[in-house]
Design a protein around this ligand. Sequence first.
Ligand SMILES: NC(=O)c1ccc[n+]([C@@H]2O[C@H](COP(=O)([O-])OP(=O)(O)OC[C@H]3O[C@@H](n4cnc5c(N)ncnc54)[C@H](OP(=O)(O)O)[C@@H]3O)[C@@H](O)[C@H]2O)c1
Length: 243
Amino acid sequence: MKSLLILTGHSKGLGRAILNTYLEKDEFEIIAISRTRLELNKPNLTEISLDFGELDVLENELSNLFPSGDFNEIILINNAGWIGEIKPVGSLQVKSMRTQININLLAPMYLTNAFVAAYKDSKAKKIICNISSGAASKPMEGWGEYCSTKAAIAMFTKVAAKENQDSEFRFFSVAPGIVDTQMQDEIRQADELDFPQIERFKSYKTNGDLSSPEMVATKISYLLEHESEFQDVIQDVRNFDLP
Ligand SMILES: NC(=O)c1ccc[n+]([C@@H]2O[C@H](COP(=O)([O-])OP(=O)(O)OC[C@H]3O[C@@H](n4cnc5c(N)ncnc54)[C@H](OP(=O)(O)O)[C@@H]3O)[C@@H](O)[C@H]2O)c1
């Protein structure tokens, strides 16, 4: 029987590494959503171009994103994310705050909600993995938008898990650690006055302390494959090693 993965933010960074990990698993059909299409021409991959910054299109497409079928396992990984405008509160732009909430919070909320509605009667193993951040529980100066949206999606995930305790659904909110992606590039380009921690983040790169997207993707795949070993909704890939 086939399995299904719906993955957002597959075009680069951690999402691209997760995509590669699942492309190697022949049993998976994959629906991947980002603004950019990779045009990989893989028979088990369907790419959809959507901009989560503007949610009108996603709202209209929601009911078409989740195919019915006799699946063994169905996974949703809400990975797409944006660091947002790195500025202190008082200097944030209204448009950027709205875009940030759309990408990091509303889009994964919409998709989680629609996924539960679409598959509540399916007998498949069903897992929702929302990629959050250590910043969800740690205030960082200049990251007001980012910390807030990551904290909110973690709480939304915990509520959904509580509502579905006696069901076939599993919910995880996963912090991936500090990963060597374009998002870290953007962080290192912030203005020191807006982001006092910048030197620490630059040193992660120069000291080779960043995790590779491939390693983090492997850990996320392990977590989802061995979900019964992981009881808590809130997970941090830094807290477990691969066997
Ligand atoms: N890197 C880290 O150190 C780190 C740490 C903690 C948590 N995280 C989280 O891990 C996840 C992946 O981050 P990353 O580091 O891999 O970031 P990244 O390299 O910047 O990649 C972000 C992904 O999200 C997609 N995306 C961004 N804006 C979008 C939009 N408006 N509409 C649709 N898709 C959009 C991008 O695709 P397009 O540009 O093609 O749309 C891309 O595939 C994020 O949720 C991030 O918050 C990362």
